[in-house]
Ligand binder design. Structure first.
Ligand code: HEC
Length: 204
């Protein structure tokens, strides 16, 4: 065995012998970056503040990003006077796509109780749930859209709220569709587009 091989073996054995040993020294860290610096850990004390807490409470009035919800008309269906608004919020456009979206969401979320035509005789009612009023009822026809929006968001008496399932824009789309259903119950021929009249054979 040459001297060099012996030396290598000794070094190798010496290094292997270090494994598994406990040491109080930090491991060798060739490039420390900014891994180790002074900081306050969660729940630790900081005498610099009067209450001694390093974790600072939120400044009163703090609002999380996207949680401001300052627009009363859009978010709560309220007009300037604090009463239910009679119009759609400014940024929403009442067009065919909007009503289609409302119809789709209505059929999912409302039809089980209210029925697809808003008669209040949905499948759940047939199984014993309390019957909701007909949307064509004069009292409901006279409701401002902001009130219908509010009912979707907060529920009313025996009807549960749907704010958790239905986002703001969809609540308005459903509201617009409820209005369309109401109008459809007593619409004259003059409100039906000519091509539909033709197609259904109602033009005579
Ligand atoms: C689980 C069944 C159920 C579902 C789903 C439901 N409703 Fe209702 N709704 C009711 C009942 C019951 C009432 C009657 C509440 C009462 O007067 O106690 C009602 C009442 C209403 C009223 C009239 C409130 C009044 O003042 O008389 C409106 C408008 C309405 N619902 C809209 C909706 C819309 C829009 C949806 C879909 C987002 C919906 N509802 C989903 C059961 C339901």
């Amino acid at each position: 065995m040459t001297r060099a091989t012996t030396a290598l073996m000794i070094v190798g054995l010496a290094l292997a012998g270090c494994r598994g040993q406990v040491s109080r020294e930090p491991p060798i860290h060739l490039n420390p970056n900014m891994d180790h610096q002074e900081k306050f850990l969660a729940q630790s004390a900081n005498p610099w503040f009067k209450d001694n807490r390093a974790m600072r409470p939120q400044v009163p009035g703090t609002v999380a990003v996207g949680e401001l919800r300052a627009d009363d008309h859009l978010e709560r269906g309220l007009g300037g006077d604090g009463k239910p608004a009679a119009t759609l919020p400014r940024d929403l456009r009442l067009d065919r796509a909007f009503l289609q979206r409302g119809r789709e969401r209505f059929d999912i979320f409302c039809a089980p109780c209210h029925d697809r035509a808003g008669t209040g005789e949905g499948i759940v009612v047939k199984k014993g749930m309390l019957q909701p009023p007909r949307f064509a009822d004069p009292r409901l026809r006279a409701m401002p859209v902001g009130q219908i929006y509010g009912i979707i968001a907060a529920g009313v008496r025996n009807m549960p709220p749907y704010a958790a399932q239905i986002p703001v824009a969809d609540r308005w789309a459903i509201t617009a569709y409820v209005r369309a259903l109401q109008i459809s119950r007593s619409a004259g021929k003059e409100l039906v587009p000519p091509d539909v009249l033709e197609q259904k054979g109602w033009s005579k």
